[in-house]
Design a protein around this ligand. Sequence first.
Ligand code: DGL
Length: 242
Amino acid sequence: MIGIFDSGIGGVTVFKEIKKELPNYKYIYYSDSYNNPYGEKSRQELEMITSNIVKYLINQGCKIIVIACNTASTICKEYLRDRYDIPIIAIEPAYKMVYDYNYSGKTLILGTKGTLNSNNFKELYHKYDNHNTVIYECNGLANLIENNKQEEIVKYLNDNLKQFLGVSNVVLGCTHYPLIKKEIKDVLGNVNFFDGSKGVVKQLKKVTQEINLEESNYSLKFIDTSNDLKKEDRFLEILKAS
Ligand code: DGL
């Protein structure tokens, strides 16, 4: 069994790619919407929250954990890997993809406060800096997406992203953001999007082989910590949509 978690349903954007490439496994998706947003929490709080989730997923029988949240990954991955003797795959903002595919393009990186201020992100940024990049902290945006506040999302993007008109690359440094690609395009035009889900799938494939994780019929158990019954329906709907 493979355990995946995020501060809500945003990680569905990662799980969707995982399911396409690795359909023959059992999964648990842990949607921690009760604690959303992670992006404005302290390191200590996040370490405690994510440590409890990893413990829970291990107790449920998970042999690999995927952190489908850039904030939790960039802030807590070392902490969790030091404590738990299980492969932990961590997503990261896909800035290296810009370096590989469109180095000279004017680039906008969007992420949470937690992600963009983390040492892991700073290291990544300096390593792949294309000297044509702006970084923008989208405080509050993941929470609006989590709660499906469509009108407020559109207003947020209009108020905050118009200033970046003219960029050609947009790094979606939060797993909730791929859910609003269309709305971002409505403000910024036909930009190239980059997100970390492909990198996660590549890593996960490698680890399933390394630990010989036995294949089985696909199954998914969905857990949401705010006990909102509508979350699972929305998650499955997004998963089904092409
Ligand atoms: N999906 C999380 C991420 O990738 C959302 C962060 C939040 O809850 O603020 O960072």
